[in-house]
Write a protein that binds this ligand. Structure first.
Ligand code: UD1
Length: 425
């Protein structure tokens, strides 16, 4: 009889994507794969395309730190969930359970413990979240993304494995990303820029390099008055910054650099608001792909250089491949993906008022390694946001160089082996 693994984890994509990375490995090795999640959560949507997987929905309750009338109802849902998980595990008899955390995972870990099935938990953040803190006493081991997390775990249970990166994230193709987002393909943008330059008041060179040199020379000769033509439009670059930007655009063949904005898997209203307050300035310099979160797209704001999506799933590798820099929350999975792909980042971590402060720690750790710039939400204004984005973009080579020092470890294989070795016969 083949071996069987049960995954759990959900609530936000950060509690699902590690499972999505592992599932193909287990499927290839011939394991039967089951997933216990909530009835309608994001974990159900994200695992739906996987044919090799049997999904079981159970009742879930959120364990809140604040007062809410749901707090009265939810303990009953949690008890119901434990009972359902217990019965499912008893029936399916998995060899091992892997939990990526989130509230749905608590009843599953308890159900596994009651059935004496080994459970490995994964903690992506520097300090364990509430759901994992409740579950850890019932688990056989805890795999961590950060080495520092060991200090917050019972001795002997902690396994530092590092960040798990989905294989497909490495296979992105920039031109496919541009096509998906409706951004002008790089080659066409270069042609348009060259055509525009040919008929402009300033005759710029033929190649992007010649064009940049001419724009630089023109600006040095008369910094206060430089009119360049990009894509047929004359731009009065009276401001030194604007002149530099236009010269740079010419240098890149008329293609604006791409700024990817990811407010975590659910989107971030604070980031959305901040970005939209500075949209005019930002789109002068960047083509923006904004992952806004469910129900947060504003169609009226859409332009050739501002593309919004609620969430991008299969196409994310392509979109990442075409992105030059990233503005993001500091969720652990996302920032390690950016590090792996060498994307310079500006991070706006979730505040202590809205969370236990895990993203502040994640962001501090990345900043001290020189991988990102951090802008605290309390300090965000259109001006500070623009300055910080400009800073990251201008220093992008230095960020990339520091990220290049970071070894790319095969965490996925290591974690796979650890789970296999924890499984009961
Ligand atoms: C509000 C909240 O509770 N945030 C927590 C949640 O964040 P969140 O769920 O946002 O998780 P992460 O930022 O860690 O990961 C997001 C994941 O979603 C993917 N993605 C995102 C947007 C998109 O359009 N497409 C897509 O595929 C990313 O590639 C990444 O794999 O879990 C993280 C890991 O425990 C924590 O650090 C965060 O503090």
């Amino acid at each position: 009889m083949g071996r069987k693994i049960m995954f759990t984890g959900g609530g936000t994509a950060g509690h699902v994507t590690v499972n999505l990375a592992l599932i193909p490995r287990f499927a290839e090795a011939g394991w039967k794969i089951h997933y216990i999640g909530s009835e309608n959560g994001i974990e159900k949507q994200l695992t739906a395309p996987l044919e090799q997987l049997t999904y079981h929905g159970i009742a879930t309750g959120k364990l809140r730190r604040y007062l809410d009338w749901q707090n009265v109802k939810d303990p009953f849902k949690v008890v119901k969930g434990v009972f359902q998980a217990y019965r499912l595990i008893q029936r399916e008899k998995p060899n091992v359970i892997f939990s990526k955390g989130g509230f749905v995972s608590v009843p599953v870990v308890l159900g596994a413990w009651l059935n004496r099935v080994p459970v490995l938990i994964h903690e992506s953040d520097l300090t364990p979240g509430l759901a994992n803190r409740i579950a850890i006493p019932f688990a056989s081991g805890v795999c961590t993304t950060f080495p520092e997390t060991a200090q917050h775990l019972p001795s002997g249970k902690s396994h530092y494995v590092g960040a798990v990166i989905r294989d497909e994230l490495r296979q992105g193709v920039a031109s496919r990303g541009r096509a998906y987002c409706g951004l002008l393909p790089a080659s066409e943008a270069a042609d348009a820029a060259a055509a525009g330059a040919a008929g402009s008041s300033q005759t710029l060179g033929k190649t992007p390099q010649e064009q940049a040199a001419k724009a630089d020379a023109a600006y040095s000769a008369n910094p206060a008055k430089l009119v360049v033509s990009i894509s047929g439009k004359s731009v009065d670059a009276a401001e030194p910054l604007a002149a530099m930007e236009e010269a740079e655009r010419v240098e890149t063949g008329g293609v604006k650099p791409v700024l990817l904005i990811m407010g975590g898997s659910l989107g971030s209203r604070a980031i959305n608001k901040a970005v939209r307050s500075a949209l005019g300035e930002l789109t002068r310099k960047f083509s923006i792909v904004h992952l806004c979160g469910k129900g947060q797209v504003e169609p009226a704001l859409e332009t050739a250089d501002y593309k919004q999506f609620e969430y991008i799933n299969e196409q994310l590798p392509d979109v990442l491949a075409m992105s030059d820099i990233v503005l993001s929350r500091a969720g652990s999975n996302a920032i390690f993906e950016f590090l792996h792909l060498r994307k310079p980042m500006l991070l706006i971590p979730l505040t202590k008022a809205q969370s236990r402060g895990d993203q502040l720690l994640n962001a501090d750790s990345f900043k001290s390694s020189g991988f990102c710039e951090v802008l605290h939400e309390e300090k965000v204004t259109p001006e500070t946001l623009l300055a910080a984005i400009k800073d990251v973009y201008e220093n992008r080579a230095a960020y990339i160089q520091r990220m290049e020092q970071e070894e790319r470890r095969d965490t996925l294989s290591q974690l796979y082996e650890l789970i296999v070795s924890s499984a009961r016969e």
